[in-house]
Design a protein around this ligand. Structure first.
Ligand code: AMP
Length: 192
């Protein structure tokens, strides 16, 4: 299986690149942000609770997202692999994911980290907020909170995957096709 963790701060382009990668490598896209927004839209009890945290730019509890991911993995048997987008976001999530995949006889193949400077992220997110109407993309202090959550809780995962020899840093600026080509080169050379 090809199991990719597509990593990076909010606004790094994970969603855009995931769309291209799932087509190129026939993978299933698992975005915890998308799944949570689906729960919010459906007004499920989970969605109602999660929305309070999402609106403040804070992370939802680890056990909630880990449970959601396991359900999605189990409902997609026999696939080529998964792209994990926006997950894991904490060391506890990464450890839970490793254990979960090991139980299923699988593992993470590599982590691809899209690197984009904070000023560019803020610009991109405000722009996306105008186009998508996403509430957490429309307020600069919420955006700052999300970037801060990323820097304090999520960025340390680079070390976690480095220690496993799975970390790859990719420049997340340039055209969408340039970035996709950098990602593809790393994937092709790592799976050889
Ligand atoms: P995203 O679309 O990935 O930027 O996620 C939007 C929001 O959903 C985040 O700001 C968090 O509140 C929540 N969220 C998404 N993925 C996770 C995760 N893996 N762990 C905790 N919270 C998450």
């Amino acid at each position: 299986m090809l199991n990719l963790v597509l990593f990076g701060p909010p606004g790094a382009g994970k969603g855009t690149q995931s769309e291209k990668l799932i087509n190129a490598y026939q993978l299933v896209h698992l975005s915890t942000g998308d799944i949570l927004r689906g729960e919010v839209a459906a007004q499920t009890p989970l969605g109602i609770e999660a929305k309070k945290l999402m609106d403040q730019g804070m992370l939802v509890p680890d056990d909630v997202v880990v449970g959601m991911i396991e359900t999605k993995i189990d409902s997609n048997p026999g696939v080529n692999g998964f792209i994990f987008d926006g997950f894991p976001r904490t060391t506890a999530q990464a450890e839970a994911l490793d254990k979960m995949l090991a139980r299923k006889g699988s593992s993470i193949s590599m982590m691809l980290a899209l690197e984009v400077a904070d000023e560019e992220l803020i610009k991109r997110l405000l722009n996306r907020g105008l186009e998508s109407g996403r509430a957490d993309d429309q307020n600069e202090s919420i955006i700052a909170k999300r970037i801060n959550e990323y820097n304090t809780k999520t960025a340390p995962l680079k070390d976690y995957y480095s220690r496993q020899g799975k970390f790859h840093s990719i420049r997340g600026t340039g055209t969408i096709d340039d970035i996709f080509s950098s990602l593809s080169k790393v994937i092709t050379s790592s799976v050889k």
